[in-house]
Each structure stands twice: as C-alpha cells, then as structure tokens.
Design a binder for this molecule. Structure first.
Ligand code: HEC
Length: 120
C-alpha cells in the first residue's frame, strides 16, 4: 500500500468512526428521553452518598434496603426523607449524624429518595 493510500484509508475510517459516534449519541438520547439520562445509582455516586451508604449493607449510614423497609407503609416518607437528606441530622438510626447535603438539586434528590424507597 502506498503512503497516500494508507492516509486515505485512515481518513475514511475516521469519518466512519465519527458517524458511528454521532449516530449512537442520537440513538441513545432518543432511547432515554424522557427518562433521566443518569440513573439514581449514578447520582448516589455523584453526590457522595455512596461514601456512607450502600444498597444492602450498613456503612456509616443505614443501608438503603433498611431505609426502604422502615418507611415502607409510611405516608409522607418521600417528603420527610428529602428534607432529612437536605438538612442532615441524627437520632433515627443512631448517634452518628448525616451531614447536610444542600447542593443536590431537588429533582435529583427526589429521584434518589424515590429509588431508595423502592429498594427491596
Ligand atoms: C458522611 C456520611 C453520609 C453521607 C455523605 C450521606 N449520608 Fe445519609 N445517612 C448517614 C447517617 C449517619 C444516617 C443516619 C442518620 C440518623 O440516624 O438519623 C443517614 C441517613 C440517611 C437516610 C435515612 C434518614 C432517616 O431519617 O431515616 C437517607 C434516606 C439517607 N441517609 C440518604 C442519603 C443520601 C441520598 C445521601 C447523598 C445525597 C446521603 N444520605 C449522604 C450518613 C451519610
């Protein structure tokens, strides 16, 4: 293969690659709309909750399964827990306090708490 032909080849693959990426982004975006692009699982990582919480074991804070079980039949739990995570506090699961998390946007926090309460 000549030098020119090889460069030509590379350019062709590059264009193909770009088209594939653009096509995938478009496809993924449409597949995820109107669902949130990020799962609650990712958000728990992103906002640092995962440093103290796991789904099925106690870390610093209670496991999300334990939280879900505790509030399963409690009306208003969603709202109450959103406020608790935002403001922090202690005394429900022990003496160790949860620090406030005021920077998590309401929409994300609501989605995270909904996801926590759905754990079984
Ligand atoms: C520094 C550790 C830490 C971080 C970070 C943390 N938590 Fe907690 N979390 C705790 C502790 C400790 C408790 C138990 C508080 C208590 O006993 O009242 C708790 C309790 C909870 C509860 C149950 C509250 C209740 O009153 O029953 C939920 C829900 C919760 N956390 C969600 C979150 C979410 C969502 C995030 C991330 C935005 C987060 N936590 C970040 C330590 C943490």
């Amino acid at each position: 293969m000549t030098q020119i032909a090889r460069q030509d080849e590379r350019a062709r693959y590059h264009r193909l690659g770009c088209a594939a990426v653009i096509g995938c982004v478009a496809l993924c975006a449409s597949a995820l709309t109107p669902a949130r692009a990020q799962s609650a699982d990712d958000q728990v990582q992103k906002y640092g909750c995962a440093a103290c919480h796991a789904v099925d074991k106690k870390v610093v804070g209670p496991s999300f399964k334990d939280v879900a079980a505790k509030y399963r039949n409690q009306a208003g739990a969603q709202k109450q827990l959103v406020a608790k995570v935002k403001n922090g506090g202690s005394g429900v699961w022990g003496a160790v306090p949860m620090p406030p998390n005021p920077t998590v946007p309401d929409a994300d926090l609501n989605a995270i708490v909904k996801w926590i309460l759905a754990q079984k």
